[in-house]
Design a protein around this ligand. Structure first.
Ligand code: NAD
Length: 513
């Protein structure tokens, strides 16, 4: 790690100081058990973090609730100014934070920097938004009345995030929630606790410089049990949860049981349809990046390629030869394309998926396997694999969070491909590769892709912050980031004002006294 400057990055992010006991970021209290953070890059222990106990959590909630009373009254454009400063601090710390993301999570350094860039972009978006949190005005049916709607801050927003985007997902939520006047309590993944601490340090420094209450941004650490403190907490009107479908089903039910709101960003099973009119070169680049980027650990990773039979062999051969060129190794080394999986449990699930696809009648055409020897000591490096399969195989229906790509064949019209693409429980990202206008428009029509994201001539993976991000069906239905995603972080109020001396009732009802 030394040769890649990890120690310097940790120092720049203030990790050493906070690791002396505080994991809440609110005060120096944290009395729970320890979580050890190991790097999947080289297997070494980076640091230990104290998890948040129930008592700590209560102190955090007290701080957050109190901070909300102040923050909600600050004019939104002034809150935007704080978010602008936060974005600038991220610009200054982009390299160390990108490096920590790469080292703790295992994605390439370039992707780590890209994640921090996404944080900066959402801050910029939120700053503009802070002057546009507008509702509508309506014409009242009653004379001398005015009717309009306004959006108010919601309260304490709980954020639960996954390991694979250990910093960006938090900022997608916080940057919007903060300009909306909310305060945030964040539980990052227990697999990437240091990324959480680094972000909290950055936010806390900006709030402190502006003499603002520290409870505007809070951090709690730990596994699902710590997450449950938030899902069951009546004081948290909105829980935004990113992670597996399994987790989402539990969180949604816990939050719904107390009639709270949840914003769910869950698993995907993303496909690219490749029609006879596709540009093969673009298809191969899009599919390979989508399937092996972040070692297949993106919610938008390409899991399935649905290829027309007339070009099936051409696409297959091009993919097999592209996979031969992939270099697997330390993600901090820019020469490598594919880094490690998050941990050895993820490696076991990857190996199981490859066994299962063969058991179900599939054929592996690019062999997988776990890498051993020098540079692979962590045991987390695997070979990206490709298998020919059928859409109804159980394993194909399931999201395996690893670089395994399934090739599916279709014949006839593009409708058949769309049926396969939609024939899974998840509904996050989808794409079609075609230069045929009719096929592209069918894919985007109401009878087309049923996903939250549908692309033409680009792959499934990655997104820009200007658009609303999220998916349908078991992906959870939540939308974050751009467009009007901010509305979920606010409560809407309809106001009717009477400026006459009469009190007419609606619908012509008479009530004379
Ligand atoms: P995970 O579900 O194991 O954990 C996610 C988070 O949920 C963690 O912080 C975990 O501690 C917490 N959690 C788990 N059970 C909980 C419970 N009962 N109550 C409260 N909190 C609980 O997911 P992971 O392995 O970290 O991430 C990978 C998954 O996340 C994949 O399925 C991926 O597709 C999905 N993901 C989705 C998006 C999206 O935007 N749709 C983005 C990133 C990741």
């Amino acid at each position: 790690a030394k040769q890649f400057g990890i120690d310097d990055a940790l120092t720049a992010l203030g990790i050493k100081e906070i690791n002396n006991g505080s994991s809440t970021g609110v005060e120096n209290f944290a009395s729970g058990s320890e979580i050890a953070s190991y790097s999947p890059v080289d297997g070494s222990l980076i640091a230990k973090v104290t998890s948040t106990s129930k008592e700590d959590y209560e102190k955090v909630m007290e701080k957050a609730t109190e901070a909300f009373k102040f923050w909600r009254k600050m004019p939104a454009p002034q809150r935007g100014e704080i978010v602008r400063q936060f974005g600038n601090r991220l610009r200054e710390l982009k390299e160390p934070l990108g490096k920590l993301v790469s080292y703790e999570m295992g994605k390439s350094y370039q992707e780590g920097l890209g994640e921090v860039q996404e944080m900066i972009d959402i801050c910029d978006f939120a700053v503009g938004l802070s002057r546009q949190l507008h509702g509508l005005t309506m014409h009242s049916e009653r004379p001398g009345h005015r009717m309009y709607e306004q959006y108010h801050a919601l309260g304490v927003v709980g954020i639960i995030s996954a390991f694979n985007f250990p910093v960006a997902v938090w900022s997608w939520n916080t940057a919007l929630a903060w300009v909306c006047g909310d305060v945030c309590v964040w539980k990052p993944s227990e697999k990437t606790p240091l990324c959480g601490i680094a972000c909290q340090n950055i936010a806390a420094s900006v709030f402190k410089e502006n003499k603002l209450p520290e409870g505007i941004s809070c951090l709690i650490n730990g596994d699902y049990k710590v997450g449950e403190l938030m899902t069951q907490d009546q004081r948290i009107p909105l829980v935004s949860a990113t992670g597996s479908i399994r987790m989402g089903k539990i969180v949604a039910q816990a939050v719904a049981a107390r009639l709270g709101k949840s914003l769910l960003e869950l698993g995907g099973n993303n496909a690219i349809i490749v029609t006879p009119d596709a540009d093969i070169k673009m298809t191969v680049i899009g599919a390979v990046f989508g399937a092996v980027g972040t070692a297949g650990q993106r919610c938008t990773s390409t899991r399935r390629l649905i290829i027309h039979e007339s070009i099936y062999d051409t696409v297959k051969d091009a993919l097999v030869s592209a996979y031969k060129q992939l270099r697997i190794g330390n993600p901090l080394d820019e020469n490598n394309h594919v880094g490690p999986l998050i941990d050895t449990d993820a490696v076991a699930l990857y190996s199981k998926a490859l066994d299962k696809v063969v058991q179900e009648g599939g054929k592996v055409i690019v062999e997988g396997g776990v890498l051993e020897g020098k540079g692979y000591e962590s045991g987390c490096y695997v070979r990206p694999a490709i298998a020919e399969a059928k859409n109804d195989f159980e394993i194909v229906q399931h999201e395996t969070f690893a670089p395994v790509l399934y090739l599916l064949k279709y014949n006839g019209d593009v409708e058949n491909a769309i049926a396969l693409q939609n024939g899974v429980v998840q509904g996050l990202s989808s794409a079609i590769m075609t230069n045929n206008l009719r096929e592209a428009e069918k894919f985007l029509s109401v009878a087309g892709s049923d996903c939250g994201i549908a692309n033409v001539n680009i792959g499934t993976s990655g997104a820009e912050i200007g658009g609303a991000f999220g998916g349908e069906k078991e992906t959870g239905g939540g939308r974050e980031s751009g467009s009007d995603a901010w509305k979920i972080y606010m409560r809407r109020q309809t106001n009717t004002i009477n400026y006459t001396t009469e009190l007419p009732l609606a619908q012509g009802i008479k009530f004379d006294l």
